[in-house]
Design a protein around this ligand. Structure first.
Ligand code: GLY
Length: 422
């Protein structure tokens, strides 16, 4: 089969890596891809908003199956447009992608179907939002309704901060994503990400992970897209995972089907383990980045048939095998990230890093400049390792990190440390 992966980050490198290992795959394409992905796939630079060009590529290369990595093309309806043309695709429709594309949609669905999540209000109007804030306890969470590249959530510790966050949204800080907001109660507990793939009716668990969102060691500094991840999520016992599937993920898939927008694709549930049990913080409608990287290293089964079974509606006949042990990924970022980037310079030593047992280096944002490999964004490399234990996976990942020669980069030195200390 010829498979096209849409996207060009570390998540898509991990997907291309897993798909290209499938005996069913003749050739993998990636649009736009990056310098690391180019070692495994034919990369085609194109604007993902230009559906006609995506369709032309699929036709000219006789692509059999498309996997959409990022949320933006899903929310914009790329999966619908491909499906309308009879192209087989893994990824939800635009209506189903509202689970991530509209925080208010997700909260209302949970409210209608009794899915455990924080109490909330949904507002189009500044004065109504500010009046609601007046009667809420602190801290409180303010969320821009739409996609805001991971920046649209503020946990406000004071009323002044909360008012500022509301004003920022309605003043256009997040563009149209902030023209509606959700205000919700702050929940306290350990966070974990739980993944499942769905064919619209059936659901298959797809592992757990824990991200490290803050830029600095000790969970300090500004939020990022994720500076590292471990899998499995340390707090997610099998019993808790079953509870999340039974009380949150399966009811969501059933609710979406009942409301006429069945969810086909991967559901990534941000879960918080509260004193009252697991509650849903948010849904994403795609694999996490860098959580996908650790999941792909742990997956023993062929990824492709699972994604096709989801697209074909036959996941009930399916099962997946996972490697025992654990995986960890450390993000190497360009100095300055998540703020303005400093000049990155050249990156070397990736082959030496991959010579460490169990290590794969996924590229998140790289490009070739002559014979030099250079950064092309904030999060640049994902140094990913498996091990019999989490400790071994982390040791291997950092051994590999230390073989990479890149003065313009930095990483957190404590990925997985809190889990090891439990
Ligand atoms: N790592 C967080 C995300 O993918 O949204």
């Amino acid at each position: 089969m010829k498979v096209l992966v849409i996207g060009g980050g570390g998540r898509e490198h991990a997907l291309v890596w897993a798909l290209s290992a499938s005996p069913l795959v003749e050739r993998v394409y990636c649009a736009p891809g990056n310098a690391g992905i180019a070692a495994l796939a034919t990369c085609i630079a194109l604007d993902l908003k230009d559906t006609e060009r995506v369709l032309a590529l699929i036709r000219s290369e006789h692509i059999d199956f498309v996997v959409i990595g990022p949320e933006a093309p899903l929310v914009m309806g790329l999966a619908d447009k491909l499906a309308e043309k009879g192209i087989k695709v893994f990824g939800p429709s635009a209506r189903a992608a509202q689970l991530e594309g509209s925080k208010g949609f997700m909260k209302d669905l949970c409210a209608r179907h009794d899915i455990p999540t924080a109490a909330y209000g949904r507002f189009h109007d500044r004065s109504a939002a500010l009046a609601y804030l007046d009667c809420q306890d602190l801290p409180i969470v303010i969320k821009a309704d739409g996609l805001a590249a991971g920046k649209g959530v503020v946990i406000a510790a004071s009323r002044a901060e909360a008012v500022q966050a509301v004003e920022d949204c309605f003043d256009g800080r997040f563009g149209s994503a902030g023209s509606e907001i959700v205000i919700e109660a702050f929940l306290d507990g350990e966070e974990a990400s739980v993944f499942a793939i769905s064919d619209g009716r059936h659901v298959l668990p797809f592992g757990t992970a824990q991200d490290h969102k803050r830029v600095g060691d000790g969970d300090l500094g500004p939020n990022t897209g994720g500076m590292g991840a471990i899998s499995p999520a340390p707090a997610m016992t099998p019993a808790l995972q079953d509870e999340v599937m039974a009380r949150i993920i399966r009811p969501t898939v059933a609710a979406m089907a009942a409301e006429g927008c069945p969810f086909k694709g991967v559901l990534y549930a941000g879960i918080i383990l509260t004193a009252e049990g697991p509650k849903l913080l948010e849904y994403n409608v795609r694999f996490g980045d860098p959580e996908c990287q650790v999941l792909m290293l742990r997956l023993k089964s062929d990824l492709l048939p699972a994604l096709i079974a989801a697209a074909d509606g036959v996941l009930d006949t399916f099962d997946l095998r996972w490697r025992p042990g654990a995986a960890a990924t450390v993000v190497l970022a360009n100095r300055g990230y998540p703020g303005p980037l400093e000049p990155g310079g050249a990156i070397a030593g990736i082959a030496a890093a991959e010579a460490v047992d169990g290590v794969v280096v996924f590229h998140a944002a790289t490009r070739r400049d002559g014979d030099r490999l250079v950064p092309a964004g904030g999060r640049v490399l994902n140094v990913t390792a498996t091990g019999d234990t989490l400790g071994e996976a982390i040791d291997r990942a950092y051994q590999a990190v230390d073989r990479i020669v890149w003065p313009g980069g930095f990483c957190r030195r404590d990925i997985g440390a809190r889990a090891l200390a439990r």
